[in-house]
Design a protein around this ligand. Structure first.
Ligand SMILES: NC(=O)c1ccc[n+]([C@@H]2O[C@H](COP(=O)([O-])OP(=O)(O)OC[C@H]3O[C@@H](n4cnc5c(N)ncnc54)[C@H](O)[C@@H]3O)[C@@H](O)[C@H]2O)c1
Length: 337
């Protein structure tokens, strides 16, 4: 039961990226419950009278949980990714699902370039070898690489892929090839990308592959053994999008064989990788724990946006980024009148 029946109950599953968001929800009139546990049962216990739930990736909202929430109007994801919500089940029940678009543009494009440069210059080795003193002997002929003038391939020219392209073409004089069959054809011209219609053709021509697409049935494992083999020997792979787009075992093998020089990995599938996974032992891979989008200013902006969108919907307003508008407009819609 919510504490105050007059106020709409909002459940936040796992604390928000900027926890001031909890206060913003309350200031906007919510009866807020924060569930700081990954236990789905603990969340379900709060759902019978909830009007909204905000869920932090990777926690999953299932059909069973929706059945425990007869008053639920809206499910908000924490960021862009929607793979952790059963959208067809929500649509069937008239529950709106919304996400928060575009917040990765600045931090994720910067993080992607950081990973590229870190792999090319063996940053984690350099840091460790300076601290333990071993680096001074080993620093010549260590195989460091330069980004300027490289040919980079980008999978997915959305907010992040296009900003990354702009930074690479203008800041690093790179040639950028892009595979994205769905992109608005005006965007490549504005950022200096060359579109390629055939993914295989792109892979053969590049030395760095950046994965920036959304995860769909089509992009799932799109970069697998065959695709990695098409990259020239010594290439680099960076994934800051969704782990499941890249077959992590195929990458592990391609690195072990020396075909791929190194990788920068912010997202994996599964996430986190099991502690025994051999990729975690590979020195030519630089990892970050899915933090590419989590800069302080973006966490705040994204949290603020999510609070506003959820409270507007609960109050009967229109969603900014609906994922299943048909749920909102259909016969079983739970849209507040
Ligand atoms: N690592 C992080 O912290 C972090 C943060 C934000 C976003 N992301 C992820 O980054 C990715 C891009 O986010 P965005 O905000 O740029 O999204 P976006 O929707 O603006 O861009 C996604 C692009 O992928 C393209 N695409 C779809 N299917 C494709 C296919 N079959 N082949 C090639 N391209 C395809 C779309 O046309 C679109 O241009 C998403 O996977 C998102 O989940 C990660």
């Amino acid at each position: 039961m919510g504490k105050d029946m007059a106020k709409p109950k909002v459940v936040v599953w796992m604390p928000m990226y900027d926890q001031t968001g909890h206060q913003w929800f309350e200031e906007a009139g919510a009866d807020l419950v924060v569930v700081d546990s990954i236990d789905a049962q603990a969340v379900m216990a709060e759902l019978p009278d909830a009007k909204a739930i905000w869920v932090r990736t990777p926690e999953r909202i299932t059909a069973e949980m929706m059945d425990a929430a007869p008053e639920l109007v809206v499910i908000s994801t924490s960021g862009f990714g929607t793979d952790n919500v059963d959208i067809p089940a929500a649509t069937e029940r008239g529950i709106l699902v919304v996400n928060n678009l575009g917040f990765g543009r600045k931090p994720v494009s910067e993080h992607t370039i950081m990973l590229m440069l870190a792999v090319m210059n063996r940053l984690t080795w350099g840091d460790r070898a300076t601290r333990d003193g071993s680096g001074w002997e080993a620093r010549t002929n260590a195989g460091f690489l330069e980004l300027e003038g490289s040919t980079v391939g980008i999978l997915g020219l959305g907010y992040i892929g296009s900003e990354l392209t702009r930074k690479l073409t203008t800041g690093f004089r790179c040639r950028v090839l892009v595979y994205d069959p769905y992109v608005d054809k005006r965007i490549p011209f504005t950022v200096g990308a060359e579109m390629v219609d055939d993914l295989d053709e792109m892979l053969k021509q590049i030395s760095i592959l950046c994965i920036c697409a959304e995860l769909t049935d089509e992009t799932r494992e799109m970069i697998s053994k065959r695709e990695l083999e098409l990259l020239p020997k010594g290439s680099i792979v960076v994934n800051t999008a969704r782990g499941a787009i890249l077959d992590i075992d195929a990458l592990t093998e391609a690195l072990a064989s020396g075909h791929i020089f190194g990788a920068g990995i912010d997202t994996t599938f599964p996430e986190p990788l099991p502690a025994s996974h051999p990729l975690l032992k590979n020195e030519n891979v630089i990892f970050t724990p899915h933090t590419a989008g989590l800069t302080t200013s973006t966490a705040t902006a994204q949290t603020r946006f999510a609070v506003n969108q959820v409270m507007s919907i609960v109050g009967g307003g229109e969603p900014t980024f609906p994922l299943n508008r048909e749920a909102w407009e259909g016969k079983v819609s739970r849209q507040p009148k």
